[in-house]
Design a protein around this ligand. Structure first.
Ligand code: ZN
Length: 128
C-alpha cells in the first residue's frame, strides 16, 4: 500500500491522478484493480473531469447548495455539512488496471475532495 500526504485548502478538489499513476508505475503492477482510499470523515475521493477546472468548482458549488450548514445540526464540531458531503461523494474509488495503465476515460481524473480544511490529509493507493 502506498500512502500520499497532502496539505489541503479550506475547500476544493485536488487532482491526484499523477500520484496514482506514479504509485502504479513504481509498483510494476500490470493487471487488476487499483483502490484509492481516503481515511477521513470530512474529505472524499471521486473521479470526474480533469480537462476543465470549472467542472470541479461547479461540483463543489452544487455540493454546497445540496448540503448547506444548518442550525439544526447537533454535532458539536460544527462541520456536519462537511461530513454529509464526504459521505455523499464517498471514501474510495476503484479503477481498472490494464497492461500497466489506469483505465480512465480521456476526460477523467482522480480528485481528493476537501470539505473542511485546511488540514494535513492523506490517501492510500493499493493494487489488487
Ligand atoms: Zn466533525
Amino acid at each position: 500500500m502506498r500512502v500520499f500526504k497532502l496539505t489541503t485548502p479550506k475547500r476544493g478538489f485536488m487532482d491526484v491522478t499523477g500520484q496514482v499513476k506514479e504509485a502504479l508505475s513504481d509498483s510494476g503492477f500490470k493487471d487488476g484493480l487499483c483502490a484509492v482510499f481516503v481515511p477521513h470523515t470530512t474529505a472524499a475521493v471521486t473521479i470526474n473531469e480533469s480537462a476543465d477546472p470549472d467542472v470541479r468548482d461547479d461540483i463543489l458549488l452544487g455540493l454546497e447548495k445540496a448540503f448547506p450548514d444548518r442550525k439544526e445540526f447537533r454535532h458539536a464540531e460544527g462541520n456536519s455539512h462537511a461530513h454529509l458531503k464526504a459521505s455523499a461523494v464517498g471514501s474510495s474509488v476503484t479503477i481498472m488496471v490494464e497492461n500497466g495503465s489506469l483505465v480512465l476515460g480521456v476526460w477523467q481524473g482522480v480528485f481528493f475532495c476537501e470539505f473542511d480544511g485546511p488540514r494535513e490529509r492523506k490517501f492510500m493507493v493499493k493494487f489488487v
